[in-house]
Write a protein that binds this ligand. Structure first.
Ligand SMILES: [Zn+2]
Length: 233
């Protein structure tokens, strides 16, 4: 499976390995690891607008790829739509028998406060369902369960598909789920211990702004919260 490790993740891993003092600004692990869009390299903002959304795009339902739980809260920056579309297309190719991905809230049409969330105000945050059993997601929302019932391979492939876009700043997930997915990647030769530690840093080995990608947060046993970088156009 290692042959599938694309340049985006490879560069991410290379960047993660830099010493902290060599990493300026936000999202240091990706400063030089961004994909070109229409021939132009993305120039990332130091900080995305996170309180409101202008120029938002609504994620449209694509039953073969993903389900949108709340269309009124499915507005995101164009980079968000690209992230979800690219990741879902890759999952459809890698795991054609898996259920469509359940997409929860992104943001409202013009952003701003969204009920039930502290963030999700600028079209740069999205909640995404987890795979359970054998590539299963609920049709109607997020399913919860013990980590041993997760489809670890499918969840890793989903995370990898998102990382491969070069657009992910941070993923939040319950630590028990992180531990299970991380252990699976090492056991199955997807990642070395060092690579896994770079993406899923242990709680004792991370700082919020500078380390890794996938971090623990409470109330995230049944979904991933993904925050993206945004591009200067
Ligand atoms: Zn969220």
């Amino acid at each position: 499976m290692r042959k599938f490790l694309t340049w985006g993740l490879g560069l991410l891993l290379a960047a993660v390995a830099l010493p902290a003092h060599a990493q300026p600004g936000m999202g240091p692990w990706l400063d030089e690891a961004l994909p070109a869009v229409e021939g132009e390299p993305l120039q990332m903002l130091k900080a995305c607008p996170d309180q409101s959304l202008s120029g938002g795009v609504q994620l449209k339902e694509r039953p073969e790829l993903y389900r949108v739980m709340s269309p009124d809260a499915a507005w995101g920056r164009p980079e968000m739509i690209e992230l979800l579309t690219r990741a879902a297309e890759e999952m459809a190719w890698l795991k054609p028998d898996a259920d469509p991905i359940v997409i929860g809230d992104i943001s409202r049409r013009w952003g701003g406060p969204l009920a039930g969330h502290k963030s999700h105000r600028g079209g740069i945050d999205v909640d995404v369902g987890l795979y359970w059993g054998n590539g299963e997601m609920l049709k109607t929302g997020f399913k919860s369960g013990p980590p041993q019932e997760l489809d670890l391979e499918a969840n890793w492939l989903l995370i990898r598909s998102m990382l491969d876009t070069g657009l992910v700043e941070r993923i939040l997930l319950d630590q028990r789920n992180i531990d299970a997915i991380k252990a699976w990647t090492i056991k199955n030769g997807e990642l070395t211990k060092e690579e896994a530690e770079a993406i899923f840093p242990a709680p004792s080995n991370r700082r919020w702004n500078m380390t890794g990608v996938v971090h623990h947060t409470v109330n995230h046993r049944e979904h991933l919260h993904v925050r993206i970088f945004c591009a200067r156009t």
